[in-house]
Design a protein around this ligand. Structure first.
Ligand code: H79
Length: 437
């Protein structure tokens, strides 16, 4: 370990202790700190929205959007039979894409459990002709391929009678206007216990839906402690659209780069935790049969690069079809990103946000003394950067290694790049520096 790294590691420990004291919380144990660093290094994950709703091909909110009552939705659930589901094929696609983790909907807002659970019959094993546990098959396949598995778990529930008082959604499901909130939270903790004990070591839990009742008592401290007790290295990734709360491990931003709020519901407040951006590949999370507005490969790579430049990960979504197959448009794009990463991955994986904050033309990443300049959208050969914080020893194109001429001044550095070629997602320049000055 270099001296600068050592100093930084020391500073992180001191800060962590400081933060723990300030919040009056226990310091974060070493295995969780290590898992957070793993997460920072991972940079690219695959999100999967898949459930009963996939059958209707109108996204995962179809129950709410069309006001489907519970008995009708229960019938829909009883018809779910994804005979072409193949965990091996899904994980092969994930590997080809170059993702390091998968986050999958174990339970979405419709309240249907896509895993074997003893605390409700309303689950894929007991309620459907499929009668298999896809989470189990996926967990085994992920483990065999060195990919971490995270479970998306909705705290919001449009089916459970004890989700009461109701929040902003789930009003037209035909449930009795009564219920026991604490019993609901006990149910939730029981299911989380199953997810954290029956699937081997998992990456963590990706929570969603708390925003339905932002002011309710969710007993977060109890639930979070349960998770961390069962798996000390499991990360808590809450999509509550608020600044991080105690014991959470990742700050995730839905459909936005960290700190941006084009979606309208994200916070602009960035904490000290690892960051993540979740993103749809078209305009839907769950399978949407007519949504063909897929982002181009160049756009998707642009998001991955900008997420990394913002010191965050990209969690890129697919919404597999109800038979268990993945749409060809998605497979094609995932393969193309993977191909790109085979050449350019070293400017993404294991990096941190670089010395120049993201710009309209692109972003920078860094690993140790190497800075990667990602030129995503710049028509010219000449590009000026502000100072990169160190003396530049050499500049070259990542692909091909061709030298790039540069002129340093007190104001920064001007690079002379090869001209952009049509359709090229990113011109990546490697700056070898002499360490931070
Ligand atoms: O799982 C996917 C979506 O189903 C779920 N999160 C992603 C990952 C999601 N649900 N809603 N949203 C995303 C958009 C959030 C909208 C909100 Fe609101 C605006 C939440 C609170 C204000 C509209 C009004 C929905 C609830 C109240």
């Amino acid at each position: 370990m270099r001296l600068t790294q050592l100093t930084r590691a020391f500073a992180i420990v001191i800060c962590t202790i400081g933060v723990a004291r300030a919040q009056n919380a226990a310091p974060v144990p070493a295995e969780r700190l290590a898992a957070r660093e793993w997460f920072r290094d991972a940079k690219f994950g695959m999100f999967i929205h898949w459930g009963v709703y996939s059958q209707l091909g109108q996204g995962e909110w179809v129950m709410e959007n069309r006001g489907i009552p519970i008995d009708t939705y229960e019938w829909l659930a009883s018809a779910f039979n994804p005979i072409k589901f193949d965990a091996h094929a899904w994980v092969a696609t994930a590997r080809a894409a170059g993702v390091k983790y998968i986050t999958i909907t174990a339970r979405h807002h419709d309240g249907f459990s896509m895993f074997a659970t003893k605390v409700t019959r309303y689950n894929i094993v007991d309620w459907t002709p499929f009668a298999r546990d896809p989470m189990k098959e996926l967990a085994a396949e992920c483990r065999a391929n060195g990919i971490k598995l995270f479970f998306y778990y909705s705290q919001l529930d449009w089916h459970h009678p004890d989700y009461w008082p109701r929040g902003r959604t789930g009003h037209s499901t035909g449930r009795p206007e009564s219920g026991n909130w604490n019993r609901y939270l006990d149910f939730l903790d029981a299911q989380l216990t199953e997810l954290l004990t029956n699937y081997g070591p998992i990456g963590g839990i990706w929570f969603d839906g708390l925003w339905d009742k932002p002011d309710a008592d969710w007993r977060l401290a109890k639930t979070y402690a349960l998770i961390h007790r069962l798996q000390p290295a499991a990360l808590i990734v809450p999509n509550h659209h608020e600044a991080p709360k105690p014991d959470e491990d990742v700050q995730t931003f839905e459909q936005d780069l960290p700190g941006a709020n084009t979606a309208g519901f994200n916070t602009r407040e960035i904490g000290a935790l690892p960051l993540e951006t979740s993103l749809t590949m078209n305009q839907s999370w769950g399978f949407n049969i007519t949504d063909k507005k897929f982002k181009s490969v160049k756009e998707l790579i642009g998001y991955l690069v900008r997420a990394a430049g913002n010191d965050g990960n990209l969690l890129l979504n697919i919404g597999p079809r109800p038979d268990g197959t993945i749409q060809p448009e998605a497979v094609e794009r995932l393969h193309a990103i993977g191909d790109w990463l085979r050449t350019y991955g070293r400017s993404i994986y294991g990096t941190r946000g670089g010395p120049v904050s993201p710009r309209s033309w692109g972003a920078t990443t860094r690993r140790a003394d190497t800075v990667f300049v990602h030129v995503l959208d710049w028509p010219d050969r000449s590009l000026s950067l502000p100072p990169v914080g160190a003396h530049i020893v050499r500049a070259s194109m990542l692909s091909g290694g061709q030298a790039v001429s540069f002129v340093e001044s007190r104001d920064g550095v001007t690079l002379t790049l090869p001209p952009p070629t049509t359709g090229e997602p990113d011109r990546v320049i490697v700056l070898e520096t002499s360490g931070r000055s």
